[in-house]
Design a protein around this ligand. Structure first.
Ligand code: HEM
Length: 505
């Protein structure tokens, strides 16, 4: 049954929601809300953690950080927004004092936390409905799904349906159909290439795969993204999505421009295509509603908004991750060979995998974790403190925007020995693969606000990687040099990646 149908069914007979009373204040490091899996990462609780002393907390005035003017020059003049991830690492390597630092982005004030234990402390102290910063135009879009109680209600329904691997396992059949179409498309593109092997700009291919995959799961309808001739309505939708992602960066700039200056600057921060995407999502949801003849007396708006949000959140994130994974495999043939051997040994050369097969190839799971450690599509998670917190010895007042810099923590040798190296096998230590509280690398976030589509993304990526490697040896094209990452809202390849898909005998 499509995810939408499952959610609607749940809405008609809602499962008991978490008491909203638990939204109340929380002391830092409080153990409330800890799940059974919530272990590991030693001294994260309380106001402890690395940083200045444990006595009376210092005020924000004493916190280090770049000067406002220097920061604006870095961001606007030197295009620092594209290098947010590198700036995180640079700040982090200047010593413990700068594992927590403050910055002004025009009217925005942000405290960045670039230390594994401090990040753990902040996330563990969260309430039931953590708030994210609303910066620039994203706010207009997020307004659709709401915050606080409204968000918590809808999320509690979604959460019960798609947050565990076994919940999403039933979508494997649909995902495999999309994979079959993707593989057909690869053969077609290869046949068009001069050398019969090269596929240019693989992210374009994976964008279409991710979009088709998420739409299939959410709406139980196919968009035709992977067909040779893509339907016009789908083309319009793809265009709207692409434009929408492009506005992310401009909206970040806009958020950093003081309000009084905005009337003087032409408006780049509108979110015109959000509306378009919302409408397209609505058409699909409406179709599905008619299909199952379900009468909804309340909550339709929330469902449209959540479904649209899921589609938006599930396309670029998955496609960039796939592009990075394939790039890393192509750049590291020895790793690719080891993963391939494990697949053949445990699943065979042509067996179409199910969700139950994935744990039989732990190296495929490790490959995804290592890819996301090196290239976390969201290089940081944002939060707004809901009460006063003491972090790293500083008193952070309620309502402060926090940037949790997990790109920086992912590149710390202390957290991951030889952190710059691509070594998927580092995740194979017992208990490491499925641990959710390795705060050094939390590419899907953590806690109540963490990625709701995580299990869908993992299934889409695991099943695809297995089948790609069963069929092809992936080699880097001579046209692709070293590809660097840039932050454009998400951490994405700076140049297009071209690879050769060489048929296996
Ligand atoms: C590799 C792929 C993906 C990555 C790395 C990723 C990562 C993330 C991260 C880091 C967050 C914020 C977490 C936080 O603030 O703690 C997030 C939120 C979210 N993700 Fe994903 N995501 C991926 C795929 C998906 C997919 C496939 C979907 C939908 C099908 C999805 C839906 C969402 C939604 C709806 C939110 C907002 C959650 C909320 O605010 O309640 N994501 N994701």
């Amino acid at each position: 049954m499509a995810l939408l149908a499952r959610i609607l069914k749940a809405r008609l007979s809602p499962a008991p929601e978490r008491a909203l009373g638990s939204l109340g204040p929380r002391t830092p490091g409080s153990r409330r809300g800890r799940g059974p899996e919530d272990k590991g990462v030693g001294a994260a609780g309380g106001a402890a953690g690395r940083g200045p002393g444990r006595g009376t907390p210092r005020s924000l005035a004493a916190m280090p950080g770049p000067r406002t003017l220097a920061n604006l020059v870095e961001l606007f003049w030197k295009d620092g927004f594209s290098r947010i991830h590198e700036i995180q690492v640079a700040a982090n390597t200047h010593g413990n004092m700068e594992k927590i630092f403050k910055s002004h982005f025009g009217p925005q004030f942000v405290v960045s936390v670039a230390d594994r234990d401090l990040v753990a402390q902040v996330l563990r102290a969260e309430g039931a409905a953590p708030r994210e910063p609303t910066w620039g135009s994203w706010q207009e879009y997020r307004g659709l799904t709401g915050e606080g109680e409204q968000w918590l209600k809808m999320r509690s329904v979604l959460r019960q349906r798609i947050l565990r691997p076994k919940d999403v396992a039933i979508f494997a059949g649909e995902i495999n159909q999309v994979i079959a179409d993707l593989i057909k498309r690869i053969y077609f593109l290869k046949s068009q290439a001069e050398d019969g092997e090269t596929v240019t700009n693989i992210n374009d291919l994976f964008f279409k795969y991710s979009m088709e995959g998420v739409a299939t799961i959410l709406y139980e309808s196919r968009l035709g993204c992977l067909e040779n001739s893509v339907p016009q309505a789908t083309m319009d939708y793809i265009e709207a999505l692409e434009l929408m992602f492009c506005t992310f960066k401009t909206s970040m700039y806009a958020g950093a421009i003081p309000r009084w200056l905005r009337p003087l600057i032409p408006k780049p921060w509108g979110f015109p295509n959000g509306k378009h995407c919302f409408q397209t999502g609505q058409i699909h949801v409406d179709n599905k509603l008619r299909d199952i003849q379900c009468q909804m007396d309340r909550g339709e708006r929330e469902i449209y908004a959540n479904m649209t949000e899921m589609l938006l959140a599930g396309v670029d994130t998955t496609s960039f991750t796939l592009s990075w994974a394939v790039y890393l495999l192509a750049r590291h043939p020895e790793v690719q060979q080891t993963v391939y051997r494990e697949i053949v040994r445990n699943l065979g050369e042509r067996h179409v995998p199910t969700a139950a097969d994935v744990p039989k190839v732990p190296l495929v799971e490790a490959l995804l974790k290592e890819t996301l450690r090196l290239f976390p599509v969201l290089p940081g998670n944002g939060r707004v403190t809901q009460e006063d917190l003491v972090v790293g010895g500083y008193l952070i007042p309620r309502g402060t925007q926090l940037a949790l810099c997990h790109y920086a923590t992912s590149y710390e040798d202390e957290n991951f020995p030889r952190a710059k190296e691509f070594r998927p096998e580092r995740w194979l230590r017992p208990g490491n693969l499925r641990r959710v509280d390795n705060f050094g690398s939390i590419p899907f976030g953590y806690g109540a606000r963490s990625c709701i589509g995580r299990r869908i993304a993992e299934l889409e990526i695991h099943l695809l990687v297995i089948q790609l490697l069963q069929r092809f040896e992936i080699k880097i094209s001579p046209w692709t040099k070293t590809v660097h990452a840039k932050t454009h809202g998400l951490l994405m390849p700076e140049e297009p990646i071209h690879v050769r898909f060489v048929n296996r005998k």
